[in-house]
Design a protein around this ligand. Structure first.
Ligand code: G3P
Length: 216
């Protein structure tokens, strides 16, 4: 499973890429707004840091506007992927842009029928929002499982990008369900690494080593 960082913060992205386990980045208008930097230089910098795909989201809501913005966003870098919302116009835009060879990530997916239509429209990625479903008492992971099964049944090439991830369990359950990608905040990536027994074990090794007074 690929790991993407769900952030527009350059320091977090640099740190994640330096660890060597970050395959890509997803951004959205809220994440970009948090950085308080002009859009174009910020996303150009991000695309230059990340080895893989970087999703950049349109803010237009009509078909023509999404296509215009999508064509501009696709020019930012070779690894730029255009993110369009899962609306009627968003589906039309994904169909159009994909037909022109522009890779799209269809975002704000909250149901299996939405995901089916997005795959038919030719999306490269579908982004079901796990955490936001959990927030309203639905089981976000059921949606990931349903989409993986539906895409498998028909051999759709669209990759399932589990989004709105809040904790390590989301990542592991999405991996078990067969999601191709999990996008997560930097804090969740860090929580995947940390284990108290690792820290305790390392301390014990180093204490014993220090007591022995030997050298490598
Ligand atoms: O980038 C889309 C998605 O991952 C947003 O997550 O935490 O705002 O629901 P969240």
């Amino acid at each position: 499973m690929k790991i993407f960082l769900d952030t527009a913060n350059v320091s977090e992205i640099k740190e994640g890429v330096a660890i060597g386990v970050v395959d890509g980045v997803t951004t959205n208008p809220s994440l970009i707004a948090k950085e308080k930097r002009p859009f174009r230089p910020l996303v150009e910098e991000i695309c230059g840091i990340v080895p893989g795909d970087v999703s950049l989201e349109v803010v237009a809501t009509d078909f023509e506007g999404m296509v215009k913005e999508g064509e501009e966003l696709a020019q930012v870098a070779k690894n730029a992927v255009v993110k369009c919302p899962l609306t009627k116009d968003g589906l039309k835009a994904v169909k159009y842009l994909s037909g022109k060879g522009i890779r799209c990530n269809q975002t704000l997916c909250f149901s299996a029928p939405q995901a089916l239509l997005s795959a038919k429209a030719g999306a490269t990625y579908i982004s079901p929002f796990l955490g936001r479903l959990d927030d309203i008492g639905a089981v976000g992971m059921d949606l990931i499982r349903d989409i993986c099964q539906i895409y498998d049944n028909y051999g759709f090439k669209t990759q399932v990008l589990a989004a709105s991830i809040r904790n390590p369990l989301h990542v592991i359950d999405a991996a078990k369900a067969g999601a191709h990608v999990a996008t997560m905040p930097f804090a969740v990536l860090e929580s995947l690494i940390k284990h108290p027994l690792t820290d305790i074990g390392l301390k014990r090794f180093l204490d014993d080593w220090a007591k022995a007074g030997t050298k490598l």
